[in-house]
Design a protein around this ligand. Structure first.
Ligand SMILES: Cc1ncc(C[n+]2csc(CCOP(=O)(O)OP(=O)(O)O)c2C)c(N)n1
Length: 287
């Protein structure tokens, strides 16, 4: 179990990431996928700042951990979390995000950003890629893990379950899928469109080890889940299901279908930043 100091450090980094994301959304002319960014930002912060062995200087290290953002529409969130780890310059992201020719596209592009492991955006492809990366690591005798971040809606794609079968058959204990279980899709709540529950049992039926995070926006619970991962040398892949809230901590965004993607005017931006400060204050008191 991580100590309080580490949890507080991660909470503050996640708060900074939310702040940076809202400011980017306020300055960018178009829509940003704020809902699913705000739901997964705590998990991404834990991954990049606490769990994964990644850093700009490890880029050429064959045994660095690999991260695939399969829900590629969350690119802005990933750029910002990675900027806080020293991979990118936040100012450059703000000045160029989403523009033609920019390195920071609305979906991640490995050609433009070689430190990414894959280009994503078309949902359902990250887990198949991750299975390949994990199988390759095994063949080379490498010890690192491969982490794949998916949306729960994304797991409606059949390719996800084909990859789940392959990952288990190939005994890839070095593979970790993470599902941002925010229970919303693009235009509806997930259970209105498809029946996902019993969701964890579906993964168990495919032979995976399942770890559920009751509150996937609570840093203590997130850290406990990732710290409790079985050894990567095992034979069973793990899925971490993080129960999160779309738009987390911004009053007018939380659980709002219209905030799958959107842009912030100055008044809304100031409300959002105030909400974030209130949330951090509360987290500090509760820790
Ligand atoms: C193959 C494919 N079909 C459709 C889309 C359009 N799309 C972008 S986001 C999204 C909703 C995804 O829902 P979920 O995976 O739950 O993401 P989150 O709610 O966390 O943003 C869809 C359908 C896409 N990017 N790729």
């Amino acid at each position: 179990m991580a100590d309080k100091k580490e949890i507080l450090r991660l909470q503050e980094l996640a708060h900074q990431a939310r702040y940076d994301l809202c400011n980017l959304c306020g300055s960018y002319g178009g829509n940003i996928h704020m809902g699913g960014d705000m739901s997964m930002i705590d998990v991404l912060t834990c991954l990049f700042q606490h769990t994964m062995r990644v850093a700009p200087e490890l880029q050429e290290d064959p045994e660095r951990d690999r991260f695939i953002l399969s829900k590629g529409h969350g690119a802005a969130c990933m750029y910002i979390v990675m900027a806080l780890k020293g991979f990118f310059d936040y100012k450059e992201i703000c000045e160029t995000y989403g523009q033609i020719g920019s390195k920071y596209g609305q979906h991640p592009c490995k050609t433009r950003l070689p430190m990414l492991e894959a280009s994503t955006g078309s949902l359902g492809h990250g887990l198949p890629i991750s299975v390949g990366l994990a199988a390759s690591a095994r063949q080379r005798g490498q010890k690192h893990r491969v982490f794949c971040m998916m949306g729960d809606g994304e797991t409606c794609e059949g390719s996800v379950w084909e990859a789940a079968m392959a990952g288990r058959a190939q005994k890839l204990g070095n593979l970790v899928a993470v599902v941002d279980r925010n229970r919303q899709l693009m235009t509806s709540f997930s259970e209105e469109s498809v029946i996902m529950e019993p969701y964890a049992d579906k993964w168990r039926a495919f032979g995976w080890n399942v770890i559920e995070i009751r509150d996937g926006n609570d840093m203590s619970q997130i850290v406990e889940a990732f710290d409790g991962l079985p050894k990567s040398s095992g034979e069973v892949p793990t899925v971490i299901i993080a129960n999160t809230v779309k738009g987390k901590y911004v009053s007018f965004m939380e659980r709002q279908i219209k905030w799958h993607a959107g842009s912030l005017n100055e008044t809304d931006l100031q409300t959002a930043l105030k909400d974030l400060d209130t949330a951090l204050e509360k987290q500090r008191k509760e820790l």
